[in-house]
Ligand binder design. Structure first.
Ligand code: ADP
Length: 357
């Protein structure tokens, strides 16, 4: 059936070509005849009817012949310059439709490369690269979420089974119950972080901007970690300028400070120091959170804002690798900048900068 349709289309195209060339040849022959008769009249030469007819026939055949040669040449040119790259692009597009994002098209070389197809091929390859990146992120995200969900669920399942043992002593019962509530907290924090990140990434959160005292907010957030830093006997130092008014969404920014403070305390050993500073220049507001903790290597530093990335696995159970991804997203929404300077084994400094006004 397909072959029949193809043949019919070919015959149709051929018919149109022949009619077109015959018409062109006819028009050109008429023009030639007109030109020859005007010329012979001007020169005073008399032409016989037979010679005029012979000249007309010759012109008609010549034009038809030349047109066909040029058409064949054009068909050949199209086969090399158009059909080949179009076939490659179509085949690759079909693979993408089937979900294969690893497909890439080789650039066309030589004569075929002059038709502008290489630019299309480059764009196509870039597009598939982006698509495969998004696909990897999506699958990684799903496997990370599943993994992060499974761990606390397994803890809950094990300890709840152990709680059912008859004659369990009081100390064990409390220990198991604490483990279950810890796993519940982890699960709740994971789910709330995923939901927050999802909302932030899908622009479902509209920042409600108002003016407020940033120094006050930093102190309030810091105080929430009093128990944690006292447990680790840490020194908390502050260098906060008074009356620094920021125009921002306070709730969103509190996520930033809470995450940075929690990390600074988490990744700093007992007796270490955390310094929080706030400085305002005429054009910028700069918040720095420094610690004398474990620090990180430049390789880790490059990835800390990725979702689910945990550089220091010794504290893996205390987080889910979403904190800094969330921080980065909020800072981006607020059109600020965030960076980290760190020396492995000596500590880290996170700097958040917002433009004023
Ligand atoms: P989590 O704290 O849950 O592991 P985050 O997204 O908050 O996830 O942090 C990602 C990674 O960045 C951490 O696993 C850690 O390796 C690194 N990191 C973050 N803050 C600090 C810090 N203050 N000192 C050293 N490493 C840090």
């Amino acid at each position: 059936m397909k072959e029949k349709v193809k043949l019919r289309n070919l015959l149709k195209a051929l018919y149109h070509y022949v009619v077109f060339f015959a018409l062109v040849a006819f028009v050109i022959s008429c023009c030639m005849m007109l030109f020859v008769s005007i010329l012979s009249e001007t020169l005073g030469v008399t032409l016989t009817e037979a010679s005029v007819q012979a000249a007309a026939k010759l012109t008609f055949i010549n034009v038809l012949f030349l047109s066909l040669i040029f058409t064949l040449f054009d068909v050949f040119r199209r086969k090399i310059m158009v059909d080949k790259p179009v076939r490659r692009i179509t085949a690759a597009a079909k693979k993408i439709i089937q979900g294969d994002f690893d497909v890439r098209i080789n650039r066309v070389s030589g004569f075929a490369g002059t038709g502008g197809f290489n630019e299309i091929i480059d764009c196509f390859n870039k597009m598939t690269e982006e698509l495969s990146g998004i696909e990897t992120l999506r699958t990684d995200f799903i496997s990370n979420v599943s993994h992060e969900l499974k761990t606390p669920l397994a803890v809950m399942q094990n300890y709840s089974t152990m709680l059912q043992q008859p004659g369990l002593d009081e100390a064990k019962r409390i220990e198991y119950a604490k483990s279950i509530s810890g796993a519940c907290r982890r699960l709740a924090s994971l789910i709330s972080n995923i939901l927050k990140l999802n909302k932030l990434e899908n622009q479902q959160i509209y920042p409600s901007v108002r003016e407020y005292d940033l120094g006050e907010q930093l102190c309030e957030c810091l105080l929430q970690f009093e128990d944690a830093w006292e447990k680790k006997k840490m020194n908390i130092e502050t260098d906060i300028e008074d009356d620094v008014i920021i125009s921002s969404d306070s709730e969103l920014l509190s996520h930033v400070w809470n995450n940075l403070f929690s990390n600074a305390i988490k990744f700093t050993d007992k007796g270490g120091t955390v310094l929080v500073s706030l400085k305002a220049t005429p054009h910028h507001i700069v918040v720095k959170v420094s610690d004398t903790g474990c620090g990180m290597t430049p390789e880790v530093g490059k990835r800390i804002f990725d979702k689910f990335y945990q550089g220091d696995t010794s504290h893996g159970a205390e987080g889910n690798g979403l904190g800094l991804a969330l921080v980065k997203r909020v800072v981006d929404i607020m059109q600020g900048e965030i960076g980290v300077e760190s020396v492995c084994g000596q500590g880290s400094t996170f700097t958040v900068r917002f433009r004023r006004g």
